[in-house]
Design a binder for this molecule. Structure first.
Ligand SMILES: [Zn+2]
Length: 406
C-alpha cells in the first residue's frame, strides 16, 4: 500500500527508472551470492588475499549464506535415521519398563513406523511414500490388505490385556490394531480404518466391516464407497480422514476416548510416529496443564520428532526390536498373531451377491483358505502402483509438489 502511494506522484519515466534500479540491485545481489558462495566453498588456506577482502566487504551475504547452510544441515539431520547401540538400547528400554511399572495410566500413540514390518511403507522414512516421490521414484507396494499385525501390535494388545496400557491412539488406517484383538473401547483410530464403511442415514450410524480395503473409489472430500447399506440402502461411506479434513465420525475415530485417555495419562508412549500431524492435536498433549503436570513422554522413533525436546526419553530403535526387549523386561509374554483368532472374520459382513464384483482389492482369507491360494490372481495383485484410496492421502500432495519443480 505504502509503495503504491509513493509511486502515485511519479511520472512514467521515473517509475520505469525505479523499476530498472530495483532489477539491477537484484542482479547485483545474485552475483554477490554466487561470488561469495564460490569463495566459501574453498578451504580457508586456498583463498587469495583478494578473495578474503571480498568476504570482508560482503559480510551480510556471508552471514545469510551460513544461515541457509545451517537450515539445510538441520533439515538433513532431522531426516536421518539414528540407531541406538545395543547396550544403549537395553539401558533405555529398562528405564521405560521401570516407568511403565510405576505409571497408573499409560496411553500409546502409534504411527506408520509400527506397520512397516508388515510391509506397509511409511511416509517420511528413507523408503517412505513422500521420500520416494520426492526423489522421482515410483511407489510400489504389495496389496495393503495382505498385511498382518506386527509383533508391536501384538505386544500392545497384550499390554492392554494385562492392564499395563489403558488406551491406544493410532494415526494408521490399516486396521491392524483392531485385527490384533485390541478391544474397540481401548482404541481411537484418528484417521479412520480402511476395512470399515458407514451408513450415516441409519440411526444410530451403522458400521459395516469388510474383509477388504473399502477405499478403492474414495478420496479427499469424496467418501462414497459405491456400495449400499444392507439395512436402509443408503449410500455407504468410508471412515478415512484425509489431509485438510476434519474427522467427525464418532467411530472408529473415537476422539472422546483419545481426549479422556490423554487427560488421565501419566505416561505417553509414542511408537513409530513422526508426530508431525499428532502434535497439532492439542488435546493429546495436555497443553492446558503446566509442563510439570503433563504426562511423561517416551518416544520410540528412528527420526527426529517435534516432541523430542519435551520427551523424558527418546529411543532410536525399530518398534519391533524395542517392544521385544520391553516385554522381556516386563516379563510379559508376546502372543503370536493367528488369523483364526483375528476378530475381523467374525465382525465382517459379507457382500450381497450383486456387489461381489464391485471391487478389485484383495479379500482377507481366514487361515484355512490361505493354504490353498489361488495362484494366478494372487500374484497379479502384488506390487501394484499406489493409487487412490486411503493410502493415496498425501500422495497427490507430494505428486503436485514434484510437478511444480519441473
Ligand atoms: Zn443405513
Amino acid at each position: 500500500m505504502e509503495a503504491q502511494t509513493e509511486q502515485v506522484g511519479l511520472s512514467r519515466a521515473e517509475r520505469k527508472a525505479r523499476e530498472k534500479a530495483k532489477l539491477i540491485q537484484k542482479e547485483t545481489q545474485r552475483n554477490n551470492f554466487k561470488l561469495v558462495a564460490g569463495i566459501l566453498k574453498k578451504a580457508e588456506c586456498e583463498q587469495t588475499e583478494e578473495e578474503r577482502v571480498l568476504l570482508q566487504r560482503h559480510q551480510d551475504t556471508v552471514q545469510e549464506l551460513s544461515k541457509r547452510q545451517a537450515r539445510r544441515n538441520t533439515l538433513k539431520r532431522k531426516q536421518e535415521e539414528l540407531y541406538d547401540g545395543e547396550e544403549d538400547l537395553r539401558t533405555k528400554v529398562k528405564q521405560l519398563a521401570e516407568a511403565m511399572r510405576q505409571a497408573r495410566h499409560v496411553v500409546v500413540y502409534t504411527g506408520a513406523g509400527i506397520s512397516t514390518a508388515a510391509s506397509i511403507p511409511d511416509y517420511r522414512g528413507p523408503n517412505g511414500v513422500w521420500t520416494q516421490l520426492q526423489k522421482g521414484r515410483a511407489v510400489r507396494h504389495s496389496d495393503l490388505s495382505e498385511a498382518d499385525p506386527t509383533l508391536t501390535h501384538m505386544c500392545i494388545q497384550m499390554l492392554h490385556k494385562v492392564k499395563m496400557v489403558q488406551h491406544v491412539v493410532s494415526q494408521n488406517c490399516d486396521g491392524l490394531h483392531l485385527r490384533s484383538g485390541l478391544p474397540r473401547h481401548a482404541l481411537s483410530e484418528l484417521h479412520g480404518n480402511m476395512f470399515i464403511e458407514m451408513c450415516v442415514s441409519c440411526s444410530p450410524v451403522r458400521e459395516v466391516i469388510r474383509l477388504f480395503d473399502v477405499t478403492e473409489r474414495t478420496a479427499l472430500h469424496r467418501h462414497a464407497t459405491g456400495r449400499r447399506c444392507p439395512q436402509c440402502r443408503g449410500e455407504l461411506r468410508d471412515t478415512i480422514v484425509h489431509f485438510g479434513e476434519r474427522g467427525t465420525l464418532e467411530q472408529p475415530l473415537n476422539w472422546k476416548g483419545a481426549a479422556e485417555a490423554a487427560e488421565q495419562a501419566d505416561l505417553i508412549l509414542c511408537l513409530g510416529s513422526s508426530l508431525k500431524v499428532l502434535k497439532k492435536y492439542a488435546c493429546l498433549w495436555c497443553m492446558k496443564k503446566t509442563a510439570a503436570k503433563r504426562p511423561k513422554l517416551y518416544i520410540v522413533n528412528l527420526q527426529w520428532t517435534p516432541k523430542d525436546d519435551s520427551a523424558t526419553l527418546k529411543i532410536h530403535g525399530k518398534c519391533d526390536d524395542v517392544m521385544q526387549l520391553l516385554m522381556e523386561e516386563l516379563g510379559v509374554e508376546i502372543p503370536s498373531y493367528n488369523r483364526s483368532d483375528d476378530p475381523i472374520f467374525s465382525l465382517a459382513i459379507p457382500l450381497r451377491q450383486d456387489e461381489e464384483d464391485g471391487h478389485s482389492r484383495k479379500t482377507l482369507m481366514p487361515l484355512a483358505d490361505l493354504e490353498h491360494p489361488e495362484t494366478d490372481s494372487a500374484n497379479q495383485a502384488e506390487e501394484t502402483e499406489v493409487q487412490g484410496g486411503w493410502f493415496g492421502r498425501g500422495y497427490s500432495k507430494a505428486k503436485k509438489k514434484r510437478k511444480s519443480l519441473w
